[in-house]
Write a protein that binds this ligand. Structure first.
Ligand code: DC
Length: 223
């Protein structure tokens, strides 16, 4: 079974997808982490973020992989060709670099291939991203599109950043989220959009457990 969770930045995808995978005993794939890892590698190698050909070549050349920390049922560490980039991919620099990198059609083709391979290896996988229900697995068994009011997403991400030791003002976080959303929804290659057959859930006034329970209800109805 494939469960697709799409939505804009900080809509709760990661938290919800991880809990879902744990409760349902499924594998979990964070496709955003793959684009982030590639963006970090591009910065590391000095590849220009407007050089689509070089970024595409890089996407074909490097392998992004995930590993479990001991005791964790879900993969928690991200590697690019064996280099641990788990922390680096969550910095404001990575946030800024990832949108132009993920907008390149050639990069997406390479990443989508890797994503299908990784997700099909286990029997059941929860994937989170922007184009899972529209492009990566258009025939996913359950498709969910998570949204939340912008100020709420900014509030959640500000708390996240603080916990990671990267304090930012909520206004600054919101401005960055809005610019990334604009980039992700207006790019030509697989823009962020809700699949026509996805269940849209506005999580603004909901607890995490309420959201997870609602999706488990959808999964159970498909079993
Ligand atoms: O989910 P996230 O914020 O970690 O994603 C980082 C960026 O990667 C996001 O700005 C858009 C891009 N992305 C994408 O284009 N397609 C995906 N399936 C996942 C993420």
């Amino acid at each position: 079974m494939i469960v697709a969770i799409d939505g804009p930045a900080a809509s709760g995808k990661s938290t919800v997808a991880k809990l879902l995978a744990t409760r349902l005993g499924m594998a979990y794939l964070d496709t955003g982490a793959m684009y982030r890892a590639l963006a970090v590698e591009a910065l590391e190698r000095g590849v220009h973020l407007s050089d689509a050909d070089a970024l595409t070549a890089l996407a074909h050349e490097v392998e992004v992989s995930f590993e479990h920390e001991s005791g964790s049922p879900l993969p928690t560490r991200v590697f690019v060709d064996g280099r641990d980039v788990t922390r680096e991919i969550r910095t404001p620099e990575a946030d800024s670099a990832v949108s132009p990198v993920s907008a390149v059609a050639g990069v997406r083709a390479a990443m989508v291939d890797q994503q299908r391979r990784i997700a099909r290896a286990p029997l059941h996988t929860v994937l989170e991203g922007r184009d899972i229900g529209t492009v990566v697995f258009p025939d996913a068994d359950v498709k969910v599109f998570l949204t939340a009011a912008t100020h709420e997403r900014a509030r959640r991400r500000t708390i996240d950043m603080l916990h990671r030791g990267l304090p930012m003002t909520q206004e600054d976080v919101q401005a960055r989220l809005e610019s990334r959303d604009l980039y992700d929804t207006t790019r030509e290659a697989s823009p962020l959009m809700c699949a026509p057959d996805a269940f849209e859930i506005d999580t603004t006034g909901m607890t995490i457990d309420e959201v997870v329970d609602a999706i488990i209800g959808l999964v159970e109805a498909r079993r």
